[in-house]
Write a protein that binds this ligand. Structure first.
Ligand SMILES: [Mg+2]
Ligand SMILES: [Zn+2]
Length: 204
C-alpha cells in the first residue's frame, strides 16, 4: 500500500529543497497539470519501446569507456542497465521504465497536493466505476482524461478526491499486472533527492 501522506510530505519537501515553487512558472497551475500529462505520455513511450511494464532500468550517462561509472571512472562489471548504484562511489543513475513514469505521475500529484493543500482521501475508490483498464494504452487514456479534470482549478474542493482516485487507479493497475509501483516510487524519490538544484536549471 502506497503511503500517500508520507509522499505528500516528502515529494513536496524535496521539490522545495531543490529550488522549485519560487518562479512565476513554478506557480502556474496549468504548468503542473501539463507536466503530469507529460509523465503519463512518457509511460506510453516506455511501452512503445517494448520494455516490460514492470521493468526498472538505470540510465547511466555515457562515459569515456563502456561499463565505467561516469562519476568515479571505476569499471562496473555487470550490465550497467541493471546496476542501481555505483558500488565504488555511491553514484545513483536515473531509474527509468513504465512503472517509474507511473511513479512520476504520483510524485508530481503529491508534490502539488503538498503545495495546494489537497487532502489524501483514503475512502476514494478506483475511478471509472472501478473498471480496470485492460491495457497500458487504456490506462494512459483514462489518466489523461482524469488529469484534464484537474484544470477546474487548484482550489476546487474535489482535488484531493480526484488525486486519491488517480493513486487508487495506478495502485490497482499495478497490483493487477504485478508492477512494483512502491519500489518505483521509493527509487525515484531517492534519486530525486540526489538531483541538482532545479534539476539542472529547469524552467519549472
Ligand atoms: Mg518521467
Ligand atoms: Zn562510481
Amino acid at each position: 500500500m502506497i503511503d500517500v501522506s508520507v509522499m505528500i510530505h516528502d515529494a513536496h519537501a524535496n521539490s522545495v529543497a531543490h529550488g522549485f515553487w519560487t518562479t512565476p512558472e513554478d506557480l502556474d497551475f496549468d504548468v503542473h497539470v501539463a507536466l503530469v500529462h507529460s509523465e503519463v505520455s512518457e509511460a506510453l513511450q516506455e511501452w512503445r519501446d517494448g520494455h516490460p511494464l514492470g521493468e526498472i532500468r538505470y540510465a547511466w550517462p555515457l562515459s569515456r569507456f563502456y561499463s565505467v561509472c561516469c562519476k568515479c571512472d571505476v569499471e562496473i562489471m555487470e550490465p550497467m542497465e541493471a546496476v542501481s548504484v555505483c558500488p565504488h562511489c555511491g553514484y545513483r543513475p536515473k531509474p527509468v521504465g513504465f512503472v517509474i513514469e507511473l511513479a512520476d505521475v504520483l510524485i508530481r500529484l503529491t508534490n502539488m497536493a503538498g503545495h495546494y493543500g489537497w487532502p489524501w482521501v483514503p475512502s476514494a475508490g478506483v475511478p471509472c466505476q472501478g473498471k480496470m483498464p485492460k491495457s497500458a494504452a487504456e490506462l494512459v487514456n483514462i489518466l489523461h482524461d482524469i488529469i484534464g479534470h484537474f484544470l477546474i482549478g487548484a482550489g476546487d474542493p474535489h482535488q484531493g478526491y480526484r488525486m486519491s482516485g488517480v493513486i487508487r487507479l495506478v495502485e490497482s493497475f499495478c497490483a493487477a499486472h504485478s508492477l512494483p509501483i512502491e519500489q518505483a516510487i521509493k527509487e525515484k524519490m531517492v534519486y530525486n533527492a540526489t538531483r541538482p538544484v532545479r534539476h539542472g536549471g529547469k524552467l519549472a
